[in-house]
Ligand binder design. Structure first.
Ligand SMILES: C[S@@+](CC[C@H](N)C(=O)[O-])C[C@H]1O[C@@H](n2cnc3c(N)ncnc32)[C@H](O)[C@@H]1O
Length: 301
């Protein structure tokens, strides 16, 4: 989207739709009275970020198959160390904490932290000398994340209310920016990437899971609010993603595909519209994938 008054109005409308969708997702988890055994991976297929009942309740972000997502994304060991509601609220499309090579003492920022799963995992990895921030704009998600942090007895975390287009942290205050299936939801991705660059210290890392398009999304898919809040319509085309990161000042951009979505995957999350959208992308020779995207802020000279 551009920078005219009507572009801004459209951006506000999309953001409000996203906020409503993820408020419902948080409420669906909060209202369920979750028991640990209901989210740990046994033979239960409701274990995933997009899983079973939670997907139905929340219309999860990731266009992925419900039965295997959290098992793909998070290890049993990771899930068992988290409050059940943090696992159940997971709406990501990757596991940035597993790939980000976090070190003790580092400061991490999670853009769009949702129920807090990646903040809590990061906090454990960076240890008591490190710190993990989450930023989210949705009150219901922030409340859920705070509850999960209290239950996990995590003292080196803080959830901040704000937008990822205007991050409420000072410049050069974090070592690593992570995010899980959120940047595609923004109507102003250039601002998000410039903000990630601003808050990183020189030499800091960008390590993000996101949905990415290889090829073209049909115009009617791009215009669908339903498919936008479901993490499909707003997904950046791969070269555009690389270009926006470079424009923001990042170097060493690397994009690794972690999952290639089928039309059936999209149908499970976004219903018939999602399935049709993915089929149209495939018919045009394109793909919709989850990717792990790495980049670095140049070190101080
Ligand atoms: C798909 S969920 C992912 C949550 C979390 N990263 C995870 O993996 O479970 C998207 C989250 O990003 C938040 N979000 C979306 N757009 C945002 C924006 N522009 N600014 C701040 N938060 C945003 C939503 O409120 C929601 O909690």
């Amino acid at each position: 989207m551009g920078d005219t008054a009507s572009d801004r109005a459209e951006g506000d409308r999309v953001r409000e739709a996203v906020r409503e969708r993820y408020a419902s997702a948080a409420n669906a988890v909060t209202g369920r009275g979750v028991a640990a055994e209901s989210v740990l991976p046994t033979t239960d297929t409701s274990t995933s970020c997009c899983g079973g009942e939670s997907a139905t309740a929340s219309s999860c972000c990731s266009p992925a198959a419900p039965a295997d997502v959290s098992r793909d994304l998070y290890s049993v060991a990771e899930m068992s160390e988290l409050p059940p509601a943090a696992v159940l609220a997971s709406l990501g499309c990757g596991n940035p904490t597993a790939l980000a090579e976090l070190k003790p003492g580092e400061v991490v920022l999670d853009l769009g932290s949702g129920g807090g799963i990646d903040v809590l995992l990061s906090a454990r990895r960076v240890g008591p000398t490190g710190f993990a921030y989450g930023v989210d704009m949705t009150d219901e998600m922030l409340e859920l994340a705070a509850r999960n942090a209290a239950q996990a007895q995590a003292t080196n975390v803080k959830f901040l209310k704000g937008t990822i287009e205007e991050v409420p942290l000072p410049a050069e205050s974090v070592d690593i920016v992570i995010s899980n299936c959120v940047i595609n939801l923004s109507a102003d991705k250039g601002s998000v990437l410039r903000e990630a660059f601003r808050v990183l210290r020189p030499g800091g890392r960008f390590a993000v899971s996101d949905v990415v398009v290889r090829g073209e999304l049909p115009d009617d898919v791009r215009r669908s609010t339903e498919l936008w809040v479901g993490c499909l319509a707003g997904a950046l085309e791969e070269d555009t993603y690389r270009g926006l990161l470079a424009d923001a000042g990042f170097e060493g951009v690397d994009l690794e595909v972690t999952r290639d979505y089928t039309a059936e995957d999209a149908g499970l999350v976004a219903g018939a519209a999602g399935e049709r959208a993915l089929s149209a992308v495939h018919d045009g020779g394109g793909r919709v994938v989850s990717a792990f995207i790495r980049a670095r802020k140049p070190p101080a000279r």
